[in-house]
Design a binder for this molecule. Structure first.
Ligand SMILES: [Zn+2]
Length: 233
């Protein structure tokens, strides 16, 4: 065993890692989540199901090729805790790990090979500065690593700083997200198939607005959607 492995094991002995979902101490062979949380993941398998309920959300609203979420999301569940830490506690590496998980599932779909670029839903620069990172971009980094598809973060830009969505009615949320994104360097995504990614999908309004912006700017492109969680609106 190399010296650095000894040192790593020694550090782990004193400061063991905890499962970010349930808090149990991780065992030697656990990676990111403990065995139980990995086993219990509420996977949707929507990437294998055409016309699934996430795709249905966009029917009659915008043209989405395929859409999926990795997990069913329930309030106060262990898995919601993961997203909470990712968004509000500075744990950006959780995004990376969730992206790797999502990527390992998407590999099994028949449509992932169509994708040219991954684009994360952008935060407004002000919010990103405050948070220090865009959580969706970190999910994208994990996806990029798992799938070998490049992520681009300088094409789709958020131009309006919207208030937090959670206290608004559905109609107000719609109003709130119409035309808040813009595309720059549009030649880059002309005729390309884009996988838009976000942390949690609820009404789909934000991600729809992104899709609409991409499709408006350039004809011929195609939009696919993947998120970590799907929460019923
Ligand atoms: Zn756990």
């Amino acid at each position: 065993m190399a010296l650095k492995d000894y040192i790593r094991d020694f550090i782990k002995l004193i400061y063991p890692d905890n499962c970010p979902a349930c808090g149990r101490i991780l065992l030697e062979n656990d990676n990111f989540l403990c065995t139980k949380c990995r086993f219990d993941l509420p996977l949707t398998n929507f990437h294998l199901e055409k016309d699934n309920i996430v795709e249905q959300i966009f029917w009659g609203r915008t043209t989405i090729e395929r859409a999926t979420s990795l997990l069913f999301f329930q309030k106060k569940s262990r898995y919601q805790k993961l997203i909470h830490q990712l968004k509000y506690k500075g744990k950006k590496e959780i995004g990376f790990e969730l992206g790797v998980l999502l990527g390992s599932q998407l590999k099994k779909s028949d449509w992932i090979k169509n994708i040219d670029y991954i684009i994360p839903v952008p935060l407004h620069p002000k919010r990103q500065k405050k948070r220090g990172y865009n959580q969706s971009e970190w999910i994208g980094k994990g996806l990029e690593e798992q799938l070998g598809i490049p992520q681009i973060t300088d094409c789709l830009v958020r131009t309006k700083h919207t208030e937090t969505q959670t206290k608004k009615s559905k109609a107000e949320r719609w109003e709130n997200v119409s035309s808040i994104f813009t595309v720059q360097n549009e030649s880059f995504i002309t005729n390309k198939s884009i996988l838009l990614i976000d942390d949690v999908l609820t009404t789909g309004a934000t991600i729809e607005s992104c899709a609409q912006t991409i499709l408006d700017e350039k004809k011929g492109g195609k939009v696919y959607i993947a998120t970590i969680g799907y929460a019923k609106a």
